[in-house]
Design a protein around this ligand. Structure first.
Ligand code: TMP
Ligand code: MG
Length: 294
């Protein structure tokens, strides 16, 4: 009977059979989706990372800019600053995705990276009123299927928490320009603090980097409570901590985008996420799962 049952559920989501979809335990994934479906939209919330999770990793052979990299525009920063930020990226990004280093080893280095970049940005006296244009001129791109993803959650009033170590002001502008900043969307991120003249003077609150999302989740826990079923999307192992502020969860289904260093990181991703999407630039699988649950 169980075998027939599994077969039945399996046929409901044929997309999970694609070779870019890896699962440690497919039966458990399907059972979780089925349990979430029984509770329905009123019990569900979605928590998602932003850069390289809701946005594409690359497009037409070029890397898509993260919220930090969107600021790389001569309207905001000079050539010298651009070079320094690029140098920092080339130093620290390989550390961020290094399969050989533990999150604990990465933590202090990520604090260094973010602090140095934020200091440079403050030195540049970035003006708030330029952000709209800079985002418009950037090559920022949400993943294919983003409209369906955002619209579906909004229509069914499922809260979407975007939890990003990027820059909140830039992130909000990206989703606003794509017309998907719906009322069900909440953002936890690094926000810029502008002075009265609209010039960047600091960053607000506690710094969020890729490997301290647990602290952020505990700090902002109140915004996460109330719905027992969670769909979590991320592209870094650090993103798995985004739901740590939750109590009374029933089911958590985690989806990880494996964009880069695929062979080196495959094993750890499959061990840690329920579903791993390998070099998939779309939101097809999250959308299929949502349509199944909702
Ligand atoms: P996320 O939490 O929304 O994914 O945002 C964090 C990403 O931002 C992380 O993967 C590294 C990236 N990043 C840059 O691209 N440039 C930078 O200068 C910094 C500090 C981070
Ligand atoms: Mg990310």
């Amino acid at each position: 009977v169980l075998a027939i049952w599994h077969q039945f559920i399996k046929n409901e989501i044929p997309e999970l059979s694609k070779c870019s979809v890896l699962m440690r335990d497919r039966a458990r994934v399907e059972e979780t989706i089925y349990s979430m479906k029984r509770t329905g939209p009123s019990g569900l919330q979605v928590i998602s990372d932003f850069d390289m999770t809701l946005t594409r990793f690359s497009y037409k052979g070029q890397r898509v800019p993260t919220t930090h990299n969107i600021l790389d525009n001569r309207l905001l920063i000079d050539e010298d600053c651009e070079k320094k930020i690029k140098r920092l990226l080339n130093t620290y990004y390989p550390i961020e995705i290094d399969a050989q280093l533990s999150p604990e080893q990465k933590q202090p280095l990520m604090v260094e990276w973010w602090s140095k970049v934020h200091e440079l940005l403050i030195e540049q006296k970035i003006r708030k009123n330029m952000l709209e244009r800079v985002v418009r001129e950037s090559g920022s791109r949400l993943r294919e299927g983003y409209r369906e993803f955002f619209d579906l959650l909004s229509e069914l009033q499922v809260p979407l928490l975007i939890f990003s170590a990027g820059i909140g002001d830039v992130l909000e502008e990206v989703i606003r320009q794509n017309n998907v900043f719906h009322p069900n969307v909440n953002v936890i991120s690094n926000y810029m603090d502008f002075d009265a003249a609209g010039v960047l003077q600091a960053f607000k609150g506690q710094l969020i980097h890729t490997f301290n999302k647990r602290e952020g989740a505990l700090l902002h826990g109140a915004r996460l409570r109330g719905r027992p079923n969670v769909l979590l999307l991320g592209d870094s192992l650090g993103d798995l901590n985004m739901a740590d502020g939750l109590s009374n969860t029933e089911h958590i289904l985690t989806i990880g985008f494996l964009n880069d260093q695929v062979e080196e990181r495959k094993e750890s991703y499959v061990k840690s996420f329920d579903i791993v999407l390998v070099k998939d630039e779309t939101l097809e699988i999250p959308n299929v799962i949502l349509k199944n649950i909702l």
